[in-house]
Design a protein around this ligand. Structure first.
Ligand code: DC
Length: 224
């Protein structure tokens, strides 16, 4: 039986940074489930599907072959045998992913892929519905969050460091709207699983969050 850690939470809470570090520390595989939704969104954009055409989104997702491989410890997403890692982080893909991830056929396909990965290996998987839907029997469930203003500040500083022009208020407003969409959608909305441990990283450093989660994982392994 594989050992699985589920990390859910809103956008910008630091899930991927923590999940990647945790997987490395614990000798497990990091699965970024959001990257799969992004690859699916890229496929739809390349097919010329519009943001309102939910029927086409559900209809076409069977034609997208999405697989994950690991190269030098990094997760590479393949879309119909093409490495798409460098194409899935644009604003256009983010917007399409946040709409197409609400479609039942898209979710069915990607949840099944995610469950399959967790059957084969010890994984740290992050997303929105991992503890509630994908891995309801995960050994450890973490709900990682932070206030919207702290998440906006982190994103603002990230963009500034990259030399990109941005406005703090607009970033915070986008975060609030995205949270609302993720938490109120009909299909697998973002929520804390009943048996998940809440970690609020608003006033914590990455090291402090890691320390807290590593301790929770250690306690679970010992059955505490
Ligand atoms: O975490 P991210 O921003 O890379 O996720 C991309 C999109 O996919 C985002 O709109 C939320 C959605 N998503 C989801 O619905 N379920 C998941 N398990 C992971 C991501």
């Amino acid at each position: 039986m594989s050992f699985c850690i589920a990390i859910d939470g809103p956008a910008g809470a630091g899930k991927s940074t923590i999940a990647r570090k945790l997987a490395e520390k614990m000798g497990m595989i990091y699965v970024d489930s959001g990257a799969m939704y992004r690859a699916m969104a890229l496929f739809m954009l390349e097919q010329g599907i519009g943001k309102e055409d939910t029927e086409a989104m559900n209809g076409c997702c069977g034609k997208a072959d999405i697989t994950i491989r690991y190269e030098n410890g990094e997760q590479i997403v393949y879309l119909n045998n093409r490495n798409v890692n460098s194409l899935i982080r644009t604003e256009e893909v983010s917007t399409m992913a946040s709409i197409s991830c609400q479609q039942p056929d898209v979710r069915k396909k990607l949840v099944s892929l995610q469950k399959g990965l967790a059957r084969k290996a010890d994984v740290v998987m992050d997303g929105r519905d991992i503890g509630t839907c994908v891995l309801p029997d995960a050994d450890v469930k973490i709900y990682l969050t932070a206030s919207s203003s702290v998440r906006a500040k982190r994103r603002y500083e990230e963009l500034l460091a990259k030399g990109e022009a941005c406005e703090f208020d607009k970033i915070e407003q986008d975060i609030i709207e995205r949270d609302h969409r993720d938490m109120t959608r009909a299909e697998s909305p973002l929520r804390q699983a009943e048996d998940a441990v809440l970690v609020d990283s608003s006033d914590m450093t990455v090291e402090e969050v890691m320390e807290t989660i590593v301790k929770i994982c250690g306690d679970r392994k010992r059955g505490i």
